[in-house]
Design a protein around this ligand. Structure first.
Ligand code: NAD
Length: 296
């Protein structure tokens, strides 16, 4: 069993750290929130006074932080995790951040002789608690193989997406596609309503025809056809609009740096920004159908 430092114990990081404790690892935790640290200590972790203190005693550091700036400061600032962990250590950042920062921080780790992967997740808070997350991992073959057993303690599907930053690249490409396909699906249902076509009929036809997609068949934005979808519980998330907007902005940032054209990704980001600005950041992202209907 390994000595692990876990940094960032929020909605996702808390249950992920708990699963590492359950797997028998010695887990030292740090978060800016004392309450989050105390909750993990009650479940068998030990408290560390700073990311550096946690890293000094650790073989592996795992983090789940809000954005790129937090990841850069925790790992690559002077006296941060990379300066503090012993040579030969392993770093696993599971946060969803911009591709450029992920690559920059992994390069700093590489220079210091420390293996690092970016390993963003899909599966949400439920998947974090159940240990069924999907990890999209970027990094060298060696770093991936070393990280795999720890990721398996927190998730079910572990995919090596390629070199440094490619985990983040996979996550934002997938979520941009999801944002676009959800808006397309919502538009189809909103148009069907105006044309007097029953929602269930549209579902029955499109789910077996060429309009078929995950936003329709697993996460249908109108109540009825898919009983588990958030539309059946007044759009309680699920996957919140603010999170979708964050991922679309990361896709825009990456596309702009890489010179890729994403006209529909840009349009999806604008529509989710409008929905978010209307106070709907906490509503499931499929709830955008109400904005398209003009009913908010
Ligand atoms: P959260 O806001 O609940 O948790 C973030 C935690 O990081 C907080 O407890 C905060 O105190 C802590 N933190 C911030 N700066 C810190 C620092 N410098 N040192 C130590 N701790 C610090 O967020 P979350 O929902 O757990 O999301 C975390 C990451 O996971 C984000 O990048 C998010 O995009 C990604 N993600 C979230 C979900 C989801 O459904 N919530 C799904 C997939 C991916």
């Amino acid at each position: 069993m390994a000595k692990i430092a876990f940094i960032g114990l929020g909605n996702m990081g808390g249950p992920m750290a708990r699963n590492l404790v359950k797997a028998g690892h010695a887990v030292a935790v740090f978060d800016l929130s004392k309450a989050a640290v105390e909750a993990l200590v009650a479940d068998g972790a030990t408290a560390a006074a700073s990311p550096a203190e946690a890293a000094k005693a650790a073989e592996v550091v795992v983090s789940m932080l809000p954005a790129g700036a937090h990841v850069k400061s925790v790992y690559a600032s002077e006296g941060g995790v990379i300066d503090s962990i012993a040579k030969g250590g392993l770093l696993i950042d599971c946060s969803t951040i911009d591709v450029a920062t992920a690559r920059e921080v992994i390069a700093v780790a590489d220079k210091a002789g420390v293996d690092m992967v970016d390993a963003p997740v899909s599966g949400g808070v439920g998947g974090a608690a159940a240990g069924t997350l999907t990890f999209m991992v970027g990094g060298s073959d060696t770093a991936f193989e070393r990280a795999k057993p720890f990721l398996q303690a927190m998730g079910k599907t572990i995919v090596h997406a390629g070199g440094p930053g490619n985990g983040q690249a996979a996550k934002i490409c997938n979520n941009m596609l999801l944002g676009i396909s959800m808006i397309g699906t919502c538009e189809a249902f909103a148009l069907a309503e105006k044309l007097g076509l029953d929602a269930q009929k549209l579902f029955d036809i499109s789910s077996t025809a060429s309009g078929q997609c995950w936003s329709l068949t697993s996460y249908c934005p109108v109540p009825g056809p898919v009983p588990t979808s958030p539309a059946n519980r007044d759009y309680a998330p699920g996957f919140a609009t603010a999170m979708m907007l964050k991922d679309l902005k990361l896709a825009q940032e990456a596309a702009s740096k890489a010179g890729a054209a994403i006209p529909l990704g840009n349009q999806a980001a604008s529509l989710y920004a409008l929905f978010d600005a209307a106070g709907k950041g906490g509503v499931d992202f499929s709830g955008i159908i109400n904005m398209l209907r003009g009913k908010m």
